[in-house]
Design a binder for this molecule. Sequence first.
Ligand code: ADP
Length: 484
Amino acid sequence: MQLNQLKIFHEQAFIAGKWCDAQNQQSTAIINPATMQIIGHVPNMGKAEAEIAIQAAKQAYPEWKAKTAKERSIILKKWNDLLLEHLDELAFILTSEQGKPLSEAQGEIRYAASFVEWFAEEAKRTYGDVIPSPDSDAQIIVTKQPIGIVAAITPWNFPAAMITRKVAPALAAGCPCIVKPAPETPFTALAMLDLAIQAGVPAEIFSVITGDAIQIGDAFFESNDVRKLTFTGSTPVGKLLLEKSAKTMKKVSLELGGNAPFIIFNDANIDAAVEGALAAKFRNAGQTCVCVNRFLVQAGVYDQFIAKFKERIQKFSVGSGLEPIHDIGPLINKNAISKVKAHIQDAVEKGAKLIVGGKGHCLGELFFEPTLIIDVTTEMDVATQETFGPLAAIFKFEDEKQALEMANATEFGLASYCYTNDLGRAWRMSQQLEYGMVGINKGLISNEVSPFGGIKSSGLGREGSKYGIEDYMEIKYTMFGGLK
Ligand code: ADP
C-alpha cells in the first residue's frame, strides 16, 4: 500500500466544508516514527482558520439540530460501515504516522467504529422525563437538547478512537464538531472525516483543523459559540484548558493521565494475571492512559509472577509496526524515550533491579526494549509519575490494606486492575479503589458500551456507554402552567 495513492489520504485540512491549505501557505511535515521518514505534510493553520470553521458550524447547526434522531442515526451507521470497509487503509495510515503494530491499528479502527455504531443507536435514546408537579395546575417536562458547537482536542496514542469517541456522540446529539487532532497524527483524523462526509454528515458540521495548537485552541476558548470542549491528553494541558474554558463557561470533558495499579494477590490465577499484565502494560508500547504503571504483587506469589512475566516479556518482538511479525513498535518521539530512560535510571539508582531490557533498541532512536524492573519502592519516580512507555515496574506488598493504600496513593484515578479469586476481596477492591474504572481479573477493559473516564487529576466526564452522550447535551426543564 502507498499512502499517496489512497483516496482517503489528505494533505489538506477540512474546514467550513472544504479541503483547504493554510492561509499563510505553510505546512508541517509528518514523520513515520519507525523510519523517521517524512510521510506527508499538513497545513499549519491558526486562529483565522479556526474562526472560519466555527462560523461555518454556526450557520449549519440549526439544520443538523432539526434533523430527527433517526436521520442522524442513519448517517452515523453509514459512517460506521465506511470505516469498516476502509479498515485496512485506515490502519495503514494510522501505523504509518503513529507506529503501533498493524494488527493493533486494525483493532483500533474496529474500536473507533464501535463508538460510531453505538452512538448511532444512542442518538434515538436521549430520553427526557415527566416529573410529578407540586402545583396542581402545572406539568413538568424535562427534555435534552444538543449543547452546541463542540471543540475536540485529541492525542496521538489513539489517533482514530479518540476522535470517534468524541465526534460520534457530538454528532448523534445534534452538535457540530471541530477537531484539532494531535500534531503527530493528523492523517487518520482527515481520512475518517472524508468517510464521514461521504456518509452524509453535512460538510460544515464536521471540520478537522491542523496547525498551531495554542492559536487554534484560543479561537475555541474565546468563542461564545463553542459551547463544549472535549479533550484527551496530558494532565497539565487539561488543567490549563479547563482554566481557559472558564472565560466563556464551556462544558468540559477531560480524559487525562493515569497511574494505573495492577494488584496481584496470593490467591490469584497467576497465568491469567500474566496474560492480563502483558495486555495492560505493553499494548501500544505502553503508551495508553490505562496502561499499568505499577504492578503491586503480594509477597507469596512475587517470585512466581516475576518468573512467568519475565519469560513472556523476553519473547516480544520489537520492530516497525508495518511488518506484521512485531508486537511492539517505536515510541512516538524522543521525549517519550527520555522519560522511560529517566524512570529506569532513577529506580535502579534507588535500589530497583533490572531484569529485562533497560535500554534503547538497536533498530533506531525511537525503539526501546520492553523492560522489567523489580523491587521498586514508593520513593522512586515511577511510583508517582506516568511512564507512558514499555517499562513494567514491580512493587511488593504484604496484605490487602497495604495494597489498597499503595494503589490509592496517587493524584490520578483512571484505570486500576486487581487479580484475586476471593469474591469478598474482589468486591472490596472494586469499591475502595479510588479510580473511575476497575478491572477485576481483566487486563483489557475499554469498550464502547462502558463508561470510560477518571476521577481526581485523571479528568472530568465519561466517554462511551449510555452516559457518553449526556456530555454533549443540556438538560432543559419546562413547566407548563395554567392547565386547570
Ligand atoms: P502529549 O504530551 O501526549 O502530546 P498533550 O496534552 O501535550 O499530550 O497534547 C494533547 C493534545 O492537546 C494535542 O492535540 C496537542 O496539540 C493539544 N494541546 C497541547 N497544548 C495545547 C494548548 N495550550 N492549547 C490547545 N491545545 C493544546
